[in-house]
Design a protein around this ligand. Structure first.
Ligand code: HEM
Length: 212
């Protein structure tokens, strides 16, 4: 197997695993909020409407994004890539805007700023990726889409960190502090890892100054 084939295989494995994890945590999030009577709060169509709008627009993001990273699909059926891409951008724009509102207006004080920043980054990365696709700067488009997807997956990172918090945050005994630490870590750590992959490591490996 060539190096290119093995790297493609690893990429498929990674994106496929992320997709399965997303489905699992999406099921848990829906079950938590919509499956238990009373979790949406007192009957109020405006307040509960935010949850529904957020979820419905986030679905094409979570379900469509893994397809976009398949290079075979991009090459063989570019119109599908463009169609799913448009649904992703529209979905992420509305889902991020509702996330900012719900997070900033939500009851958890330690999470407000964290969610507002994540939502703003998600929105910015998505619109930057879209703009670079329109101007056909595909290297920048790819990098911003990876950043956007990493932010969308906060749904996964947050719950994964919750499940492993006894190991990850054993040194934070106070429960409220632990919740806030988890909330911040859920996007700061994936964003740093994404930047390392997209920007720092390739820049570190470059030997020829003309490549900058
Ligand atoms: C495509 C990815 C996403 C999907 C499928 C999704 C889905 C959901 C679902 C099903 C809920 C209801 C469950 C719950 O309240 O815990 C929810 C709530 C929420 N989501 Fe998302 N979400 C996504 C991304 C994000 C991102 C990136 C943010 C932050 C910027 C965010 C912020 C919120 C907030 C603030 C709530 C309300 C939480 C609460 O009231 O406790 N979501 N989301």
């Amino acid at each position: 197997m060539t190096a290119a084939q093995s790297s493609r295989l690893w990429r498929h494995f990674f994106v496929g695993s992320l997709f399965l994890l997303s489905l699992y945590y999406l099921y848990r999030a829906i079950n938590y909020r919509f499956g238990v009577p009373g979790r949406l709060g007192p009957p109020n169509p405006i307040a509960t409407g935010w949850y529904y709008v957020h979820l419905i627009f986030a679905l094409p993001v979570l379900l469509g994004a893994p397809l976009q990273f398949t290079s075979e699909l991009r090459q063989r059926t570019p119109f599908i890539h463009r169609l799913v891409g448009r649904a992703y951008v529209a979905g992420a724009t509305v889902a991020a805007a509702t996330a900012i509102y719900m997070g900033a207006a939500g009851p958890y004080e330690g999470s407000r700023l964290s969610i507002a920043i994540t939502g703003t980054l998600w929105l910015f990365f998505t619109l930057a990726a879209w703009r670079h696709a329109v101007t056909r700067n595909f290297a920048a488009h790819r990098a911003f889409m990876i950043r956007s997807y990493a932010m969308a997956l906060v749904l996964v990172w947050l719950r994964l960190m919750f499940d492993f918090q006894d190991y990850l945050f054993f040194y934070v005994k106070n429960e409220e502090l632990r919740d806030a630490t988890r909330e911040w870590a859920s996007w700061v750590v994936p964003l740093l890892a994404t930047e390392a992959y997209v920007s720092w490591i390739p820049q570190f490996r470059r030997r020829n100054p003309s490549e900058y």
